[in-house]
Ligand binder design. Sequence first.
Ligand code: NI
Length: 271
Amino acid sequence: MRPRPDAEFDVTLTDEQLAHYREQGYLSIDRITSDEEVEWLREVYDHLFSNRVGEEEGAYFDLGGRRAHGGKEVLPQVLGPERVFPELRETSHFRNARRLSAALMELPLDDVNGGGHMILKPAGYGGATPWHQDEAYWSPAMLHAGLSVWLPLDPATLDSGCLHFIPKSHLSEDVLEHRHIDDDPLVHGLVTDHVDASQAVACPIDAGGATFHHCRTLHYAAPNTTNRERRAYITVFSAQPTKREAPAARPWIDAEAEALAKLESLARPQS
Ligand code: NI
């Protein structure tokens, strides 16, 4: 792989953009990094997916299918790519994403940290990412202040799987009830039925643009029906979470942990 391009590319937000995010719970910007860096990120991305990096440790799997299924993967995902390529944290993209996230959350930069995951929608059969709030995946013991920065490495259109948001859904009092895709706790992907999709706003953007959404903002991405893949790199930034007085009820998280434990005990050789 060639070395990371080191030209700096700085992005700032206008007062209107900051206000839009705070009122609506999402924001779309045309550019978060250079074309040159997008090119390099694509090489890193393709390396991770074509080698299924991290599969043994559970850091590569199909978000839209059962754990370890042997069929076509509709939403392959790589968790924590920065562990494999620490340079990802040095990119203009990552530095902009972190700095803009701190500004959007009105937090000092030093208090904001994050890391990423990558979701691929393969050409022609990449599955939908159904309506959900990101916080539904997170620890129910904590109160979170966080947001996701979504960077497509291919044009994200209505047909390839750009993000759709429900404006103001970030103001929801707590995390809505979720369930696993196909009602199968061995599918990691979550969905909520508590959505009025007629309110959705689609945010098509080009490669190198970005959308931001609060951890409670309801969002969705359609299946990829185009003949090119839709690569996306998502970085999540947050302040240190604080402990809730009592853990929130998130039965879908318990169901998944139980199903995984059962799967592992079945895989273990019997003595
Ligand atoms: Ni999400």
